[in-house]
Ligand binder design. Structure first.
Ligand SMILES: Cc1cc2nc3c(=O)[nH]c(=O)nc-3n(C[C@H](O)[C@H](O)[C@H](O)COP(=O)(O)O)c2cc1C
Length: 198
């Protein structure tokens, strides 16, 4: 069995409507673990204090999902702090024992946005496409050798009815299942082969 780790970065999970529903659906899938990062790190995440624990968490999974609400055309600050703390440790400080081993782990982004899809077309109300706004994460995945897949994006996330949110959760679970099935073959290969397959 392979393990899928979903790191949920929501700054206020108690008031989340969309992300909690998506995360609950994902958590019901076999071998999927959802970690509420805000609950663990309400005061932020620190490279020297928390880096080892979070590096170990990553090294124990076969694929990783970064799930979050879009805030100001970007990620919540805890996700950026996680990159600064955990990825800096793994890929600059302890590369040989951590980063090198984590390379090849497939990564998916799952984001919710308040605005409508049309606002995210090139030259639209938000000026940039969602893929363009997610480019820093894609660049990070590329730098760390983590195979990127088409992100799952839920638009109008804060305006959807309970029924529409349930339907979105079904879609999210299906997208995860497809991705897991497609990336399982890579996961059982050696890191070198995974890198070569990118
Ligand atoms: C501080 C803040 C900034 C936000 N910025 C954006 C934004 O740039 N683009 C957008 O489409 N929605 C934006 N939103 C809306 C959130 O993305 C939306 O409320 C969230 O995805 C809904 O998920 P939730 O119910 O799990 O909180 C913002 C919300 C907040 C609170």
């Amino acid at each position: 069995m392979t393990k899928t780790l979903i790191l949920l970065f929501h700054p206020d999970p108690a008031h989340s409507k969309a992300n909690v529903v998506l995360a609950a659906a994902a958590a019901k899938l076999p071998d999927v673990e959802v970690v509420n990062m805000q609950a663990i790190y309400p005061d932020g995440i620190d490279l020297s204090k928390d880096g080892e624990r979070e590096a170990l968490r990553l090294l124990e999974c076969d694929r990783i999902v970064l799930q979050f609400p879009i805030q100001w055309y970007s990620t919540p600050s805890l996700l950026k702090a996680w990159q600064d703390a955990v990825l800096t440790r793994m890929f600059y400080i302890t590369y040989e024992t951590e980063g090198r081993i984590f390379e090849g782990t497939p990564l998916m982004v799952a984001a919710t946005a308040g605005n409508v899809p049309d606002a995210y077309r090139s030259g639209g109300r938000n000026m940039f496409t969602m893929n363009a706004l997610l480019a820093p994460l894609q660049a990070t995945a590329h730098r760390c050798g983590l195979p990127w897949t088409e992100p799952f994006v839920l638009y109008r996330a804060d305006k959807l009815s309970a029924e529409a949110l349930d339907a979105a959760a079904v879609e999210y679970a299906a997208a995860l299942k497809r991705w897991i099935a497609g990336s399982t073959a890579l996961c059982v290969q050696e890191p070198e082969l995974r890198r070569a397959a990118q």
